[in-house]
Design a protein around this ligand. Sequence first.
Ligand code: RIB
Length: 301
Amino acid sequence: MKVAVVGSYGAGLTVKSARQPVAGETLLGTGFSQGPGGKGSNQAVAAARLGAETSFLTAVGADAFGQDALALWQSEGVDASKVVVAADAQTMVALIMVEPSGENRIIVVPGALNLLTPADVRGFRAEIAAADVVVVSMEIPLPPVVEALRVGREVGTTTLLNPAPAAELPDQAWPLIDIVTPNRTEAAILLGKDPDAAIDSEQLAAELARRSGGAVLLTLGGQGALLCEGGVLTPIPAAPVEKVVDTTGAGDAFTGALAVAVAEGMPLAAAAAFAAKAGAHAVTIDEVIPALPTRAQLEGN
Ligand code: RIB
């Protein structure tokens, strides 16, 4: 079973504090860590840990953070042979602020990711064609996002869009998506709605399904997820969690696991339940890479 991933790599600089500072305030934090991140890379590592043969396309700088990335993919068995290493750009950096509740806020500086082009994606065509599922996320510019979906559609590989961070998509992207996995905020942005407006989840999922034509899996954090497939809404219960420590890697653990389950041929509702288990595992462990589960860890739960 094979998964191809097109997305970001970045160094994650995580700060923990009792609360977030207000404008003009300096606050003393309670902890700091640095480690590999970026939604695309996290999703690729998640898929590899769950047993998929995984290939990954991103761009990094020729700097120390980029070197860390190459070492990570090698140790995790992710094929990174098509990754672009840009001599004159910095590897993406993500500043991550985590509150005691485990909730996170992230600012990403894309750096080398801005250099990723549709031509780079076309150079990754053989990997997408060989895969059962291609996973695309949106910390990279929109043209390679759309190209990855287009190539997936052309070669008959199932396309899974994790629309994070969300942006309105061009019209031509929608028919290229088989499965889209927004949270509530991302769903509203994709639909051009105010993310703070009180819209119920059923309505968001159904509207998005009409817009996309494919399946929608609306993620609801601790409340599980809502699947809309073929006009039918199915609630996906949350997997139990003892104590939330850090939610940073949860969405990526969910997406990587979903891709693996779909690649294995599971029906979407079962695949979503498997993904919810992976997300629930991830929130109980600090930082991102250590939190991504192996198959044994999920099956032991
Ligand atoms: O989805 C979590 C990831 O988003 C973090 O690893 C951070 O690097 C940002 O890209």
